[in-house]
Design a binder for this molecule. Structure first.
Ligand code: DHB
Ligand code: FE
Length: 280
């Protein structure tokens, strides 16, 4: 059977992708950020996942105000990097896993979580920057990726609690796939940041570190944090953190902490990164 071996959590920021693509990772501004991912690159090279179920958000690249799915599962064979205004990033295409994605769609929808099925979709920095952080600059991504897009851009996003419960349905779905696959579930976005309005530039280290603590110490309580707390404490884009709760919900209770990293700033964002081992 397929098994979820680990959860990986990381912020995404377009400027991180640009720093990698333009060869700036060694510059003084960026070096401390990328140092926090050195362990992770070694770790994932040993782990060799077959499939990553990658929870991220689209930033009006594939979707727009014309169409706003709350939860969208990518079932295609292949997903191209999106053009976000400067041409598509020169990173490899993302190769999907249509059979596992279709199985997850069936299992999760019949488990009463309504997903939008997407058979054609470009993927933006929300998905490609986390891949670059963990895998660097390979000619091809070393595993299949199932993109799972969550609306955190246009009010109303799903609640953290809904995301956490969806993660549990995802765990049941993956565990019932009849093929021996090493699957990782990634939660991306966050941590505190606000890109707009009078509070643009907001960072809240205390909130972020409490969030990181509670992922292990109190996940059920963390899942009940209301939207208003995220927006007030972590900024309008801090709401991206609800996506981490999908990946957290997909893990067994009491996963093992393998790596934790926190750094401010990357562009306008506080960067958090956690790896949780799900094997017992
Ligand atoms: C930044 C952060 C984001 O999450 C994003 O989607 C775009 C930009 C930033 O910090 O610049
Ligand atoms: Fe974002």
């Amino acid at each position: 059977m397929a098994r979820i071996t680990a959860g990986v959590f990381t912020s995404h920021v377009p400027a991180i992708g640009a720093a990698i693509d333009l060869g700036k990772t060694g510059e003084p501004y960026w070096q401390p950020l990328f140092a926090g991912y050195e362990f992770s690159k070694q770790w994932i090279a040993n782990e060799k996942p077959d499939v990553i179920f990658l929870v991220y958000n689209d930033h009006a690249s594939a979707f727009s105000l014309e169409m706003i799915p709350t939860f969208a599962i990518g079932c295609a064979e292949r997903f191209e990097p999106a053009d976000e205004g400067w041409g598509p990033r020169k990173v490899p295409p993302v190769i999907g896993h249509p059979e596992l994605a279709a199985h997850i769609a069936q299992s999760v929808i019949l488990d009463e979580f309504d997903l939008t099925i997407v058979n054609k979709m470009d993927v933006d920095h929300g998905l490609t920057v986390p891949l670059s952080l963990l895998f660097g600059q390979p000619a091809a991504w070393p595993c299949r990726v199932i993109p799972f897009a969550v609306n955190v851009v246009q009010y109303p996003p799903p609640t953290g609690h809904r995301c956490y419960q969806l993660g549990k349905a995802l765990r049941r779905a993956i565990a019932s796939f009849d093929e021996d696959l090493n699957v990782q579930v990634w939660g991306t976005g966050g941590m505190s940041h606000q890109l707009q309005g009078p509070r643009a530039g907001l960072i809240n280290k205390a909130f972020d570190n409490a969030f990181l603590d509670r992922m292990l110490a109190d996940p059920e309580g963390l899942a009940k944090v209301p939207h208003l707390d995220y927006v007030r404490e972590a900024g309008s884009e801090g709401i991206e953190l609800v996506m981490w709760l999908i990946a957290l919900g997909a893990l067994d209770p009491h996963p093992r902490l393998v790596h934790r990293f926190y750094h401010v700033p990357a562009s306008n964002t506080a960067v958090g990164h956690v790896i949780l081992d799900n094997r017992h």
